[in-house]
Design a protein around this ligand. Structure first.
Ligand code: NPW
Ligand code: ADP
Ligand code: K
Length: 512
């Protein structure tokens, strides 16, 4: 079965959820969770050190600091020179951290109330055990200074649980923030590790579940996206099938000056195996052929919307916001076909409560693909407000419009109308260039045309789209300059590798 090939989609918990899991796991846990967390982090630290050296562990006033004392103890026992900076009051430490502090002292350790200067030759590793999920406000004063000094050390920088200064729920830097080269997080993933500023601050992310089965203790409101979520759809085609078996995908957009957007989407749909791909343009002056992709069929946009038997429409790439565009969006929402709304189609919906009501009353949920500015328009808020809580914004759009929604950007959030959400970790900043979103719409149109339901199609398309961007960038060594039209062939290759695995397929996630 294909699903055995894919890593399961791990649960993601906001702080309140992690607290609920901890409350159930803590009582009677042997060894105590903090001991398990510290031991796991120390094992990673030893791998990063790869030999003798000097380690600085900066410990804070809560249980994150407690993890740090345990790490320090293990590293000292392994023969390293370990210096612990701790500016808190031992008497005020929470119980588990207090025990870890005492054990550190019992094992011959000491603490310094200031960050000591680096030894000759510098630190070989610095460990951030200042603040974890208990961070309440931006770091300032002494701790802001410590963060600046830690970030300046030219050695591996390991964050425990979450980089100090990063909000675990939103992924927002609350002021000064530890810039980790590696982060080891405990028990379960938190949203802040995966979206907005999180991936930049975390560096290489390692999860240590420390033998806690979080999902057995408390249901998770969110999950990461892996192909395991749609593995059931990744079967090879039946031999006795034909183009009619894979549906017609229709792309509607391409107003004057923006025809390329619709063509990019159409090319992507063709690469993802739709039976037929039709492009309906608003620009009447455009030549009805794509010389480089002659498989595409062209129509005028109103003509295509009136065509019978189309399985899936994606409306928006290069659409503009003219009256003619509004008429097309209005008509598309009323059709019984699968529907993707992107770009200016979303901007038109944002301006019109009538379109919003029609969308919410569709018999099958639509798929919406806003970037943060489009999301702000749909929600009547600001881009900053959307970015301050991306999960809440995605869930609000999905709930209000009864649609499947992806809020795009670093760590795209997918939300369904029932309030469940997923975070995608594929993709990279080279994808921050015009036209890349149009390719996502085309991939979606193809999967929907092939008969996938809205949720499966959106989860797959978002993950595949990011993966294709990662593959192209890795193969060509790109930090920037990715061209939108390069994505579709890469997406085709990734998709087909899911369906037809090669014997050399590496496991998708390294085991710890
Ligand atoms: N419980 C367990 O079994 C396990 C827990 N684990 C570990 O515990 C971590 C959570 O620990 P935690 O809840 O104690 O919170 P933590 O992040 O240490 O910070 C709280 C302290 O910081 C303070 N403070 C906050 N913001 C501040 C600021 N800006 N500037 C200055 N101070 C600030 C706050 O004080 P206050 O806000 O009251 O002034 C309080 O003293 C978790 O991330 C994981 O690493 C693991 O070992 C697994 C098992
Ligand atoms: N920093 C990033 N990390 C991961 N993905 C990104 C990043 N920046 C952009 N992307 C992805 O690229 C796509 C850009 O879409 P969009 O902003 O709609 O562009 P356009 O409409 O101009 O084609 C989205 O899927 C988004 O998630
Ligand atoms: K930390």
């Amino acid at each position: 079965m294909p699903s055995a090939r894919f890593a399961p989609a791990r649960p993601i918990y906001p702080v309140a959820g992690i607290r609920a899991v901890e409350a159930r796991a803590l009582p009677g846990a042997v060894p105590p969770l903090m001991e398990r967390a510290g031991a796991a982090a120390a094992a990673l630290a030893l791998r990063l050190l790869d030999g003798p050296g000097s380690v600085l562990v900066a410990c804070g006033p809560g249980n994150n600091g407690g993890d740090g004392f345990v790490v320090a103890r293990h590293l000292k026992a392994a023969g390293l020179r370990v210096v612990v900076a701790f500016a808190g009051e031992p008497a005020k430490l929470p119980a588990d951290a207090s025990a870890a502090h005492a054990a550190w002292l019992e094992h011959g350790g000491s603490t310094s109330a200031e960050l000591p200067p680096p030894p000759p030759g510098g630190w070989n590793l610095v460990v951030d055990a200042l603040f974890g999920i208990g961070l309440q406000r931006p770091l300032e004063g002494r701790y802001a200074g410590w963060i600046a000094t830690l970030n300046a050390q030219p050695c591996p920088r390991l964050a425990l649980d979450i980089p100090s200064g990063l909000d675990a729920d939103s992924g927002r830097r609350l002021g000064p923030c530890f810039a980790a080269s590696h982060t080891v997080s405990f028990i379960a993933l938190k949203p802040g590790l995966l979206t907005l500023d999180g991936p930049d601050q975390c560096g290489e992310l390692h999860l240590q579940e420390i033998d806690v089965d979080a999902e057995a203790l408390a249901p998770a409101p969110g999950h990461e996206i892996t192909p395991a979520l749609f593995a059931g759809r990744l079967a090879p085609r039946a031999r006795n099938s034909h183009k009619g078996s894979y549906g017609d995908a229709a792309l509607i957009g391409g107003a004057p000056g923006m025809v390329g957007a619709a063509i990019l989407a159409g090319r992507a749909a063709a690469n993802l195996g739709a039976g037929r791909v039709l492009v309906g343009l608003l620009d009447p002056a455009t030549l009805p052929v794509d010389i480089l992709r002659p498989e595409l069929m062209f129509r005028s946009a109103p003509e295509l919307l009136a065509e019978a038997g189309i399985a899936a429409f994606a409306v928006g790439p290069g659409l503009g916001q003219s009256d003619a565009a509004w008429t097309l969006v209005h008509a598309a929402i009323a059709l019984p076909a699968q529907l993707v709304l992107d770009a200016d189609a979303l901007n038109l919906v944002a301006r019109d409560p009538g379109l919003q009501a029609a969308l919410a009353h569709r018999s099958r949920p639509a798929v919406l693909t806003p970037h943060p500015a489009e999301a702000a328009r749909l929600l009547g808020s600001t881009t900053a407000d959307v970015q301050a809580d991306r999960i809440a914004a995605a869930c609000r759009m999905a709930g209000q419009l009864k649609a499947w929604v992806v809020l795009k950007g670093c760590g795209s959030i997918v939300a369904n109308p029932d309030g469940h959400w997923w975070i995608n970790s594929s993709g990279n900043p080279a994808m921050a260039t015009a036209g890349i979103g149009d390719v996502l719409s085309g991939i979606l149109a193809a999967l929907l045309a092939r008969g996938w339901d809205a949720g499966e199609a959106l989860l797959a398309a978002v993950h595949l789209h990011g993966l294709a961007g990662d593959r192209v960038c890795a193969a060509q060594g790109l930090d920037s300059g990715l061209l939108a039209d390069e994505l579709a062939p890469a997406a085709r290759a990734c998709f087909n590798a899911w369906v037809v695995p090669s014997p050399a397929d590496a496991p998708q996630r390294p085991t710890e």
